[in-house]
Design a protein around this ligand. Structure first.
Ligand SMILES: Nc1ncnc2c1ncn2[C@@H]1O[C@H](COP(=O)(O)OP(=O)(O)OP(=O)(O)O)[C@@H](O)[C@H]1O
Length: 183
């Protein structure tokens, strides 16, 4: 999955370059008198944080909100992709074929071909990875969703950075084209 580039020498990784996961801004739910469950969870959180003195009205329950599928659909993402990889699409709009000037093939994976390309709007060289699949094949879709979701979260100098995604329909098959930092 993806292209993981490892350095030859083991260098110490500075704190700002340690792998980190980016999550959507958390929603805050204020526990109220009727919500025993939320109260218990918030007490656990405050105990863990050592905030024994935290007043009840200040206690919070932190959850990650689900991606807003209607907003993703408005951006042009198809329902099948929103349902399996919605969180990875937040903040993105689909890229278009006209955005890229495809150059030579530079690699291939088990299910993919990778091309060097020019990202015209962003005026930079990128790697474009094409994965062909059948939209009715749930296993392929799960696999694609997993790769996109994981790569979107990772932010590390030794791991390619996923920068965008494009979907291209053929007669009976589709392709995802993911653009990533050229390395
Ligand atoms: N961002 C990139 N920059 C430069 N070369 C890349 C980039 N991404 C992929 N490649 C090249 O394309 C090859 C295939 O990459 P790809 O991610 O498709 O497959 P893989 O993860 O190596 O294999 P598999 O999918 O079978 O696990 C890589 O081995 C690498 O040579």
């Amino acid at each position: 999955m993806g292209c993981i580039i490892s350095s030859r020498k083991k260098k110490p990784v500075s704190p700002e370059h340690r792998p980190r996961f980016q999550v959507s801004p958390p929603a805050t739910i204020i526990a109220n008198d009727d919500d025993d469950q939320a109260q218990k969870v918030s007490e656990k959180v405050s105990d863990k944080l050592g905030l024994k003195e935290l007043k009840r009205e200040e206690s919070v329950l932190v959850v990650n909100p689900p991606p807003r599928s209607s907003e993703l659909a408005d951006s042009g993402w198809p329902p099948w992709l929103i349902s399996v990889a919605g969180e990875a699409l937040v903040g993105w709009i689909p890229r278009r074929e006209s955005h890229f000037e495809k150059q030579e093939q530079i690699g291939r994976g088990t299910f993919s071909k990778v091309f060097k390309a020019r990202d015209l709007p962003r005026n930079k060289t990128v790697a474009l990875k094409r994965i062909r699949f059948d939209v009715t094949d749930s296993e392929s879709i799960k696999c694609i969703a997993r790769e996109i979701t994981i790569l979107r979260k990772l932010d590390h100098p030794n791991i390619i950075k996923l920068e965008g995604l494009m979907l291209v329909e053929h007669d009976s098959r589709s392709s995802t084209w993911s653009s990533s930092t050229w390395c």
